[in-house]
Design a protein around this ligand. Structure first.
Ligand code: 13P
Length: 331
């Protein structure tokens, strides 16, 4: 059993309560490989931001469960080495699907876990979430629950459509489970294909504009659960310059549309104090590497093209932190 304090990480309690009070959102950035997480750490050092490093069940299997605590311990030292005296980094399980997986992660030094019972009937979601809370709180580990269905792939399950969170359910859910934060569904979706072209409108330049998030649902939830941390999943912005680069160099991404930055910034000023972003960095890395090989086909040293991809990802993370989520200078 590894206590997360040994890794130098923190749980999400203080981070989220400060974000809630000061009206910004802490980034929940997923990672599954070294260059990606180096880019995240470099970005939080340069912007002086807290961060929640999150790992999907599939990421955990991809990396190797026993490597994770050692990598994360090294990352805390890396952040200090780059100049952050007291980095605020949480290690979080994203979309945990069973009590057993959550327990294994807690035993491996995770400081925070999500238990996603959103596909279950309400009472069963409460039961599963409470069982995770009961275990996690013994070790001061924070727990994120979910109510409502977010479209796209959520780790192990897939839904074509969103079902908004029912504001009537939130008090009941939070009080019966004791969870520390709540992921809600207000129209975001996982992945790079969040909306079909038919769901969008065209602006005067012919650019597809997705439907706005359901801020009325968020505001209703905020009224019911005052001062409670809300989490937004599926919040990649799907940068159109990256999509264009991918398609220019042989990719075939059709109608890849994200959540507009202005909508995320607006949510971050409300009760949303953790915003999850994964696909933006996947797109950025793919764009960088496709462009690199199209222009320099004779190169084969991964350090050269991975370093370029890492720098590009860092810029995307810094932009999100500074200009969208508002978590810069919040250490
Ligand atoms: P994106 O696919 O929009 O990056 O969302 C990631 C996410 O919500 C992880 O839980």
């Amino acid at each position: 059993m590894i206590n997360y304090n040994e890794l130098g990480v923190v749980n999400t309690k203080q981070m989220l309560s400060r974000a809630l009070k000061e009206r910004y959102a802490v980034p929940g950035f997923n990672f599954c490989h070294l260059e990606q997480v180096q880019a995240i750490i470099q970005a939080i050092v340069e912007t002086k931001s807290p961060v929640i490093l999150q790992i999907l069940k599939s990421d955990r299997e991809y990396i190797g469960p026993k490597l994770i605590p050692n990598i994360v311990k090294g990352l805390v030292e890396y952040a200090k080495d780059l100049g952050l005296e007291k980095p605020q980094i949480a290690l979080h399980l994203d979309h945990g699907d069973t009590l057993e997986l959550c327990k294994n992660c807690i035993d491996d030094g995770f400081s925070s876990v999500m238990i996603d019972g959103s596909h279950l009937p309400f009472e069963e979601n409460i039961k599963l979430t409470k069982s995770v809370v009961d275990y996690a709180h013994k070790f001061n580990v924070t727990v994120e629950g979910e109510l409502g269905v977010i479209a796209g792939a959520e780790g192990y399950k897939y839904s074509k459509i969103s079902t908004y969170t029912e504001p009537e359910d939130v008090i009941n859910f939070v009080s019966h489970t004791g969870c520390d934060s709540l992921a809600i569904s207000i129209g975001t979706a996982h992945g790079s294909y969040k909306f079909t072209a038919e769901q969008c409108e065209k602006d005067e330049r012919g650019v597809l504009v997705p439907p706005p998030l359901a801020f009325n649902v968020l505001e209703e939830i905020e009224r019911k659960l005052s001062d409670f941390p809300i989490v937004l999943h599926g919040s990649s912005t799907v940068p159109q310059d990256k999509v264009k680069t991918i398609n220019l160099y042989g990719g075939k991404l059709k109608d890849a549309i994200g959540i507009p930055e202005s909508q995320l910034a607006k949510a971050a000023k409300q009760a949303v104090c953790k915003i999850n972003i994964d696909s933006d960095s996947r797109l950025t890395m793919t764009a960088s590497i496709r462009k690199f090989f199209a222009e320099i086909p004779y190169e084969y040293d991964p350090r050269i093209y991975l370093a370029i991809a890492r720098d590009d990802m860092k810029e995307v993370y810094k932009h999100l932190i500074s200009n969208v989520l508002g978590s810069a200078n919040k250490l």
